[in-house]
Design a protein around this ligand. Structure first.
Ligand SMILES: C[S@@+](CC[C@H](N)C(=O)[O-])C[C@H]1O[C@@H](n2cnc3c(N)ncnc32)[C@H](O)[C@@H]1O
Length: 224
């Protein structure tokens, strides 16, 4: 069996992401993100794009670029490309994308947003959570690589600023929510020690360093 954990597929970085359960603080932060996303979703059929190793609890179906990810989740999941969705127009009430647009070449990202708008019904919602760039991320990740806590950097296209995510979404949607999430404790989230999970309360109280952006768009009533 191949040991490879990532590949390039038409320019997109597809991969088997880290098992976040091994990183107790990161796992709790991701659960927190899932809750914040769930608060923004309307009821109804929900698609998740690029779910990695864990599908959002609200997702009914998922689509993933790294085929074996789609085999490990317990919900219906397809191997495929978010740039060309194998779903009919107007077939979902919500689309979720967590931490994946930075794996797609910048020129292809608008196509992903247009595809999400196409498969959503009017007033359906797109919720995107993306890592933000910045000096703090650079320094923190640099330290993690030097300490041997991270092995390979597959973030070759760089991260998206809050403005970049908002501009992409606003081409096809009305932006109805924007949240900035992050904390100087991000380096601790890479730790595999159980003790790091106990930092969640402190993480919650120190949300002043940008690390992620949550942007929610609603498809206009009259079509995108
Ligand atoms: C950083 S991981 C995030 C995984 C998951 N969304 C999460 O937040 O834990 C990025 C994921 O995007 C997937 N991916 C990248 N480009 C894709 C594309 N064009 N279509 C579908 N999946 C893609 C990768 O295979 C990988 O699982």
């Amino acid at each position: 069996m191949s040991e490879a954990t990532w590949d390039v597929q038409d320019g997109a970085i597809v991969e088997q992401p880290r098992n976040v359960r091994k990183h107790p603080l990161l796992h709790r932060i991701y659960e927190r993100h899932d809750g914040l996303i769930a608060e923004q979703l309307p009821p109804g059929r929900t698609l998740e794009l690029a779910f990695g190793q864990h599908m959002h609890p609200r997702a009914d179906v998922g689509l993933e670029g790294w085929p074996s990810n789609a085999e490990t989740v317990r919900k219906p999941a397809l191997a495929g490309d978010a740039r060309a969705l194998p779903f009919d127009d107007d077939s979902f009430d919500a689309v979720i994308g967590r931490r994946f647009l930075h794996h797609v070449p910048p020129a292809d990202r608008p196509e992903i947003i247009r595809e999400a708008a196409r498969v959503l019904r009017p007033v359906g919602r797109l919720a995107l959570l993306e890592g933000t760039p910045g000096l703090y991320r650079k320094l923190t990740k640099g330290a993690a690589f030097r300490l041997g806590l991270l092995e390979e950097d597959t973030d070759i296209y760089g991260h998206l600023s809050e403005t970049a995510v908002t501009d992409l979404v606003s081409d096809s949607f009305e932006v109805i929510e924007k949240q900035t999430l992050g904390s100087p404790l991000m380096l601790a989230s890479i730790s595999e020690s159980d003790a790091s999970a106990r930092l969640l309360d402190l993480y919650e109280r120190t949300q002043f360093v940008k690390w992620w952006t949550l942007v929610v768009g609603e498809r206009p009533e009259s079509g995108a």
